[in-house]
Design a binder for this molecule. Structure first.
Ligand SMILES: *[C@@H]1O[C@H](CO)[C@@H](O)[C@H](O)[C@H]1NC(C)=O
Ligand SMILES: *[C@@H]1O[C@H](CO)[C@@H](O)[C@H](O)[C@H]1NC(C)=O
Ligand SMILES: *[C@@H]1O[C@H](CO)[C@@H](O)[C@H](O)[C@H]1NC(C)=O
Ligand SMILES: *[C@@H]1O[C@H](CO)[C@@H](O)[C@H](O)[C@H]1NC(C)=O
Ligand SMILES: *[C@@H]1O[C@H](CO)[C@@H](O)[C@H](O)[C@H]1NC(C)=O
Ligand SMILES: *[C@@H]1O[C@H](CO)[C@@H](O)[C@H](O)[C@H]1NC(C)=O
Length: 804
């Protein structure tokens, strides 16, 4: 028995290979494939093509596809169009009624071919690369050739209405931005679409066979066995597209692919190359996609603000201009964002005049994006006018007297060598940060004296001796080191979900819990939150957060982080009840809090009482202190703002969304270019080349504390006088001029408690110091709020940026 069993198993595994290889590509009803690493595909009789699950770069995901099986990299020529790839364990089965049915590991249907009329008798993986479903009379009910993706193979033709659609990138198969279509008037066109809709932009290539220009319009795009590509006209004349002659087409594999970057290319690959060959481009359209693709709506060939240069193989190269970087670091062909903030508001708030410098580019052009055309104008006038105009992103001077001013986002950027003498002046912000003029006047005498006295006191206490002071400083440092060290050595246990009492939900359970994600509670930076109920002994209301797709790449980190979040227990943090981690579905389940967000509480119609607000401010500080210092792993929130603070039945503040920012900054920690957080609450170090520490939360807390004190938003441009628009500045002005009553709009409740009011404002000013090292820790903040330690006179918070 021991002996026979392995052999039997071996035979069972081998059986399908043998049967399919001998069956001329014939796949019978009931046959199925499962997405695993060693699943054996359905092969064509020659073995050139295979139909099955192709493993993707992302772990545990597979693409149902057809590929060249004898080529080492298994080039894909057709794939099932799915929103998400199939997870490991998915299954495709040939059935009589529906042809092919692709189901996920849980049996949920992921895909099936549309429009099958009749009963399927069998499937055939043919030697041309066409997968056909046929009935008992051998008539074709469905074929992959009539449902192309981004590639045509020899003998695969395209009729009017037919379309190729590019993928997102070489290795990502969701729908991309480019299309090749034979449209109703007989024209073959290439165009971009405005994702996520299919709304096409202007074509950047046309074959010129539309019925409006010829009495003989096109009716079919033909790609024949000799590798010729032509348009068959109504009168059966041919308009040849491919001029190059290919010797002995039979010795090459051929494919014509609409590349993810919009170039339609015919490739050849020598069949007998002993694993040494490569796909060689032998023809492509358009000739210069950078110059020929100009759209009014949409970004053009590259993303917004990106500049297109033509590579040697007629393929575009997209690069971000200096001072700009990729919005998605993994998408080289995507949009670029400025690494600085540009806007009239920001410019107005800045000191000095040398805010920007120019990068001068020659032969670079943006045909659209103009908002002003100045003529006649000199080159000097042109650059100067852009420099002084807060709307202007780039000025192009050309033809000796023409000045085009352009605004963001720039589209259709390209290097165009046919433009001679043109110059583009691109504005890049200097390394100065935004500061306010005249903010930092000397502190009034009375306060200064107070400050001096304190310093004096310190000096007296420490005996005024330099030596003693040095000893003291050393002692403090050594002490601090030991405390820090102790913290590092604190045992960190590796919890798993069970130990921390988190429930692991299936996606289906959460679909039911939220009634199909029916009631939306809010949208955050990380995803959408829905209301639901779960059974935990009794029916418990919960908030279910569906994390957005940017979390998909962080599989291991997600698990770690969920455990970290799960271990946090504090009365000022929102409790996590469970999570779901199923394929692409990442969800977090939190307790539901009835009283909404601090934002709606503070900025609503009714002004909440001073005592309630104080209680909330202290609660948030304690919650942050816990995250920074008291839980097993230090958690930096990165997005502290009133929208992320929830209120429970007793109006206790509860911090939400903690622990998630880390997942998103992990990969970016070296560059610091991706700013997490929300404008107005973001600490200045995000904009500078400085490490991100818990002090970013202290900064945001300071801004929010002022909002709690004043019951207004940190930035209010429309409704308030100019000098009050930026709360941090206004608060400091009021403090400096001892006009706190103006800050709280002469409210009796606050003014009756003037000592506490002043203390809270001072704490807030300490927190919003632009120099992170001056900001107190959250421990210090709680002590100051509670009146346990004295609050010193804060320095001007804006000083740092004037020199930096
Ligand atoms: C496919 O295989 C099935 C079962 O082996 C057989 O009945 C059928 O005739 C075959 N069809 C073709 C076209 O070879
Ligand atoms: C096959 O062809 C015969 C004769 O033309 C016809 O009677 C029959 O209905 C056809 N079967 C299918 C499945 O189309
Ligand atoms: C392909 O088309 C070209 C141009 O019309 C023609 O010369 C050639 O014979 C065709 N080849 C095949 C295999 O039909
Ligand atoms: C691969 O190509 C190189 C150069 O064309 C050749 O020298 C080498 O023998 C080839 N290797 C194989 C395995 O064909
Ligand atoms: C900004 O940069 C330009 C060019 O590098 C320089 O001339 C100017 O002085 C800079 N301004 C500041 C404030 O650094
Ligand atoms: C700005 O500062 C950073 C780091 O201090 C430096 O790498 C960069 O080159 C500076 N940029 C400009 C335009 O001076």
């Amino acid at each position: 028995m021991d002996f026979v069993l392995p052999h039997l198993l071996f035979l069972l595994i081998l059986l399908p290979i043998i049967s399919i290889a001998q069956n001329n590509g014939n796949v019978t009803i009931g046959n199925s494939l499962t997405a695993t690493d060693n699943s054996i595909p359905w092969l064509s009789p020659s073995g050139d093509f295979a139909f099955g699950f192709h493993p993707l770069d992302q772990a545990d995901l597979f693409l149902l596809s057809i590929w060249f099986d004898k080529i080492p990299d298994k080039t894909i020529v057709w794939y099932a169009k799915l929103d998400n790839p199939a997870p490991r364990g998915s299954k495709v089965e040939l059935t009589a009624d529906d042809g092919l049915v692709l189901t996920g590991p849980q049996g949920d249907e992921l895909w099936r071919p549309d429009s099958i009329i009749g009963t399927v008798a069998n499937g055939v993986m043919s030697n041309t690369g066409n997968f056909v479903l046929q009935d008992s009379n051998f008539s074709k009910l469905w074929e992959s050739f009539n449902n192309p993706t981004d590639t045509l193979l020899p003998s695969q033709n395209m009729d009017i209405g037919g379309m190729l659609s590019s993928r997102q990138s070489e290795t990502h198969f969701p729908k991309g931005r480019f299309q090749l279509r034979l449209i109703g008037d007989g024209n073959l066109v290439l165009n971009t679409i405005n994702l996520p809709t299919n709304n096409p932009s202007e074509a950047y290539y046309t074959s010129g066979t539309s019925d409006s220009v010829t009495s003989n319009p096109g009716k079919q795009l033909v790609f024949n066995q000799s590798g010729d590509i032509y348009i068959l006209r109504d009168n059966n004349q041919k308009l040849s597209l491919r001029q190059v002659k290919l010797e002995s087409a039979a010795e090459f594999y051929l494919r014509a692919t609409l590349n993810f970057d919009g170039v339609f290319t015919l490739y050849s690959y020598p069949k007998n190359s002993n694993a040494n060959g490569s796909w060689t481009p032998i023809w492509s359209v358009p000739d210069n996609i950078c110059v020929e693709n100009v759209v009014l709506t949409g970004s053009g060939t590259c993303g917004y603000n990106s500049i297109c240069t033509l590579g040697s193989d007629q393929r575009p190269i997209c690069t971000c201009p200096k001072g700009y970087s990729l919005l998605d670091p993994n998408d080289q062909y995507g949009s670029c964002k400025p690494d600085f903030i540009q806007g009239c508001e920001e410019d107005k708030l800045s000191t000095g005049k040398d805010l920007y410098s120019f990068q001068v580019l020659t032969n670079t052009y943006w045909p659209n994006s103009d908002y002003a055309f100045l003529k006649p104008y000199t080159e000097d006038q042109c650059s100067k006018s852009c420099m002084e105009d807060c709307m202007c992103a780039v000025a192009v001077f050309r033809d000796g007297d023409s000045c085009f001013k352009k605004k963001l986002p720039l589209s259709n950027g390209r290097v165009d060598n046919s433009i001679t003498g043109g110059k583009a002046y691109m504005k890049i912000r200097n390394n100065t940060s935004i500061t306010l003029p005249n903010r930092c006047l000397p502190i009034p005498e009375t306060k200064k004296k107070n400050h001096d006295n304190l310093i004096l006191l310190w000096s007296v206490l420490f005996a005024g001796s330099l030596f003693v002071n040095i000893i003291l400083i050393v002692a403090i440092c050594v002490g601090a080191f030991f405390i820090y060290h102790k913290k590092l050595n604190r045992p960190t246990r590796n919890f798993n979900a069970m130990e921390v009492n988190l429930r692991c939900f299936t996606y289906q359970e959460l679909v039911e819990a939220t009634d199909g994600f029916k009631e939306e509670l809010g949208k955050g930076a990380f995803g959408v939150v829905y209301k639901g109920t779960i059974e935990m002994g009794s029916t418990v209301p919960v908030a279910v957060k569906k994390l957005n797709s940017s979390f998909q790449d962080y599989e291991r980190e997600f698990k770690t982080e969920v455990n970290v979040i799960g271990q946090t227990h504090h009365k000022n943090l929102v409790r996590q009840r469970g999570f779901c981690d199923e394929g692409l579905h990442r969800l977090l389940v939190y307790e539901f809090l009835s009283n909404g967000t601090l934002a709606s509480f503070l900025f609503g119609d009714l002004k909440p009482s001073w005592n309630q607000r104080i209680q909330i401010a202290v609660g948030i500080a304690r919650g942050l202190l816990y995250l920074h210092e008291e839980c097993n792993t230090q958690i930096i929130h990165c997005d502290i703002k009133p929208q992320n603070i929830l209120l429970d039945d007793n109006y206790n503040a509860r911090i939400s969304d903690f622990g998630l920012a880390k997942l998103l900054i992990m990969n970016q920690s070296k560059t610091h270019t991706n700013i997490r957080g929300t404008k107005g609450y973001v600490a200045p170090e995000w904009f500078r080349n400085m490490p991100i520490t818990p002090k970013v939360d202290v900064y945001s807390y300071g801004v929010m504390l002022l909002e709690i004190i004043c019951c207004r938003k940190s930035v209010e441009m429309e409704t308030i006088e100019e000098e009050k628009a930026i709360l941090t500045d206004w608060a400091y002005d009021c403090y400096r001029e001892e006009a706190l009553d103006a800050l709280v709009e002469y409210n009796v409740e606050e003014l009756d408690d003037k000592g506490k009011l002043e203390r809270y404002v001072m704490v807030a000013i300490w927190c919003i110091q632009e120099d992170p090292s001056l900001r107190p820790t959250m421990r210090r903040v709680t002590q100051m709020l509670e009146g346990v330690v004295e609050v010193l006179v804060p320095p001007c918070p804006f000083l740092f940026s004037r020199t930096g």
